[in-house]
Design a binder for this molecule. Structure first.
Ligand code: NAP
Ligand code: 8YV
Length: 326
């Protein structure tokens, strides 16, 4: 996208940002960086100049209200729980995210994490690296994917991509969303508990919202059962982590694979200490290729908004109705 038809509103980058976003934006806009994402650090004149935010972190209501001429918040990531999109909508401010461009990458990671969890591959590799294969013999026999029944919590863009992959594994697939999806053959369960009771392998790709907070709790682990595997590539806030630790410790479920946590990057020591938890540091989309595509989409949203078209490319549902005024 060209910068020739745009004005030059200031774009605020609070905290970390993918360097490709910064490179693209600085070719056309004055950028304001604040290291810790606190708008109180800005002068009144700077606050007034900010018309866009490119963010990978928290943009709450107070942050939004501190910027009187803010028009757009471009979130780097499809999950936008760190942005108060409802408040932005109430102020006529556009929020965009980065859907689709990361779907296949995250689905690949979900499958890798599932296999790591069931087949204990990271632990088997450690066994070799520690010389235990030579000293003690082969790694122990593990659980299997064979005969498993898969439940997907959050059958959206990524959930469907995970399901497509697991079809090739010959495994039956069911799902829970708030709404049944027309035209797909997978079994639908109207509640998460019913889904968990019907399967032994629950993969969560659900967003963090007030409705999903700690929705994966002790009751869900009980329903999943002693052979149960829980994999989470959605958001950590959807899980009651204390209940998960207890379920893993007591054998209520067999094992868990987690890419996301409630208080990242802080992972509860109790989870780290558990041998039946396979843990990744939120890397599901973390390839050079996919992060570049996410960066382009985040930047393109800002370019498009401030072009003569005055249109966002990928608005979040809460702000889909928001239009530019000037
Ligand atoms: P999406 O297409 O919007 O899918 C989300 C699904 O969740 C929808 O099918 C939605 O269906 C369902 N859902 C939402 N609220 C629900 C609720 N209260 N109860 C039951 N189901 C609910 O989004 P996506 O692109 O697949 O991404 C999904 C999430 O994955 C993101 O929000 C993000 O948190 C996470 N993610 C993580 C990583 C990572 O690095 N680990 C990377 C990318 C994305 P209904 O609306 O019918 O309920
Ligand atoms: C990113 C993600 O790691 O898109 C999401 O929702 O969780 C990941 O792709 C994250 O957004 C980067 O800040």
């Amino acid at each position: 996208m060209s910068a020739s038809n745009i004005e030059a509103p200031a774009i605020l980058i609070p905290g970390r940002m993918h360097p490709h976003v910064t490179e693209r934006l600085k070719s056309a806009f004055p950028l304001i960086h604040i290291a810790d994402g606190d708008p109180a650090l800005l002068s009144a004149e700077m606050k007034a100049s900010v018309r866009g935010i490119a963010s990978m972190g928290t943009v709450n209501a107070a942050f939004i209200d501190a910027l009187p001429n803010l028009e757009i918040i471009a979130n780097f990531g499809v999950g936008y729980d760190a942005v108060d999109a409802a408040h932005a909508a109430s102020r006529g401010i556009m929020v965009t995210n980065t859907p689709d461009v990361l779907t296949e990458e995250v689905a690949d990671t979900a499958i890798g994490l599932l296999i790591n969890t069931v087949r204990e591959l990271p632990r088997a590799e450690d066994w070799l690296r520690q010389g235990r294969w030579v000293r003690e013999g082969g790694y122990r026999l593990t659980a299997t994917l064979r005969g498993r029944r898969i439940g997907i919590f959050g059958m959206g863009r990524i959930g469907l991509a995970v399901a497509r992959r697991l079809e090739a594994f010959g495994l039956p697939i069911a799902y829970h969303n708030r709404r049944r999806i027309d035209g797909i053959a997978y079994a639908y369960f109207p509640t998460l508990k019913e889904l968990a009771a019907a399967v032994d392998t629950l993969i969560s790709v659900a967003p963090a919202t007030p409705q999903t907070e700690k929705i994966v709790n002790a009751e869900i682990f009980e329903a999943l059962g002693a052979d149960g595997i829980f994999v989470n590539v959605g958001r950590g806030a959807t899980v009651d982590e204390a209940a998960l630790v207890e379920a893993l410790s007591k054998g209520t479920i067999l094992a868990a694979g987690l890419d996301v946590f409630a208080d990242e990057p802080n992972v509860p020591q109790a989870l780290i200490d558990l041998p039946n938890a396979s843990l990744l540091p939120h890397v599901a989309s973390a390839t050079v290729h996919t992060r570049q595509a996410m960066a382009d989409l985040a930047a393109d949203n800002i370019f498009s908004w401030f072009s003569s078209e005055r249109r966002a490319l990928t608005p979040v549902p809460e702000t889909a109705h928001v239009t530019a005024t000037g």
